[in-house]
Design a protein around this ligand. Structure first.
Ligand SMILES: NC(=O)c1ccc[n+]([C@@H]2O[C@H](COP(=O)([O-])OP(=O)(O)OC[C@H]3O[C@@H](n4cnc5c(N)ncnc54)[C@H](OP(=O)(O)O)[C@@H]3O)[C@@H](O)[C@H]2O)c1
Length: 306
């Protein structure tokens, strides 16, 4: 199969495009012929060595959409020909390829109303947003939430989900992305380049931070007493709260078919629509990584694999 992979950690140019052996479905696994795979911020962190050493050649990529082409022993709920989408097991990658072997239990049927490109775009972003907004923050109708980094993939899903729940959504984005985040449902948009959000936002019930660094640290200031904040760009632990009357949380982002089925349900209900998508071929992986690593683009970058 063709794949985009690395033989060493490094800059985007470390990504190579070439042939690797086809995977085989083990017990409980299926092989999926990948049609689309998405680029996540984790991919360039992984490529550059931020997640430690790995065995080379190493295929990056955490989510994808495709068609089941082989079924391993003990799999009785998926068949060859099923259109599916999935997020790889935590700590595993391999979606920048024409084929992947994956545990069947974490694969879900793709909604027919989504193309493979769109399904790949909402897999890990949707899973992360669901884990943060529904399971971790337990956002409720009538509450106010600040979502940091509104134009990004996870935040774009989270804005729509929060609106669907019935919350009021404030978000941060560069001016060029304001119309986009408003189109996703944001009620109030702050241009973080010209305005310190802590000066204009206060009394929030919840914050969802997808930016990290100094932005994450300052999020606690906008919460009301008893407020809660969830962080996905500050490593595996939530940052220490700077106040004693709020809660700092790290969504677990567990892999399970149920989360993907919830994404499909939200799409079918038209509560969530796919983000703006920029397409690449696998042979252009280095270029896609340069854009992802710039951290200033809108929506999702997706590989059209076949
Ligand atoms: N399992 C997990 O825990 C998990 C899963 C998925 C993602 N993540 C993490 O979550 C983070 C977000 O990922 P993502 O893929 O959604 O997006 P991303 O690629 O990290 O972010 C892109 C967006 O960030 C915005 N942005 C950059 N700096 C900003 C700032 N200071 N304030 C507000 N917005 C800012 C940009 O908007 P503008 O162009 O408008 O500036 C751009 O649209 C990443 O760190 C990623 O590693 C974690």
């Amino acid at each position: 199969m063709k794949a985009a992979f690395i033989n060493q950690h490094g800059e985007p140019e470390a990504l190579q495009y070439g042939d690797l052996p086809d995977p085989v479905a083990g017990p409980g696994e299926v092989v999926v012929d990948i049609f689309s795979a998405s680029v996540n911020a984790a991919d360039w962190k992984s490529r550059s060595g931020g997640y430690g050493q790995m065995k080379f050649p190493y295929v990056l990529g955490r989510d994808f959409s495709g068609v089941v082409s082989a079924v391993g022993p003990s799999v009785d709920d998926l068949r060859s020909g099923d259109e599916v989408f999935a997020v790889c097991e935590t700590g595993q990658e391999g979606a920048y390829a024409e084929k992947i072997a994956i545990k069947a239990a974490i694969v879900a049927k793709k909604p027919t109303s989504l193309s493979h490109v769109q399904a790949a775009a909402v897999a890990l972003t949707g899973l992360t947003a669901l884990s943060a907004i529904e399971d971790t923050l337990k956002l409720k109708r009538g509450e106010t939430i600040l979502i940091q980094g509104g134009a990004g993939g996870v935040a774009g899903f989270a804005i729509q989900l929060a609106k669907h729940i019935g919350a009021r959504v404030i978000t941060t984005a560069s001016a060029v992305n304001h119309a986009y985040v408003r189109s996703l449902g944001a009620d109030e948009v702050i241009d973080y380049n010209v305005c310190d959000f802590t000066k204009v936002v206060s009394n929030c019930d919840a914050v969802f931070d997808t930016v990290g660094g100094d932005v994450a640290q300052r999020c606690f200031a906008v919460l009301k007493p008893g407020g809660r904040a969830a962080f996905i760009a500050s490593g595996t632990q939530a940052p220490q709260a700077t106040r004693g009357d709020v809660t700092s949380l790290r969504p677990p982002v567990r892999r399970a078919r149920g989360f993907l089925e919830r994404i499909a349900q939200l799409v079918l209900q038209e509560a969530v629509r796919p983000p703006e998508i920029k397409l690449y071929r696998l042979s252009q992986a280095a270029e896609a990584h340069r854009v992802s690593e710039s951290r200033h683009f809108r929506g999702k970058l997706v590989f059209q694999v076949r």
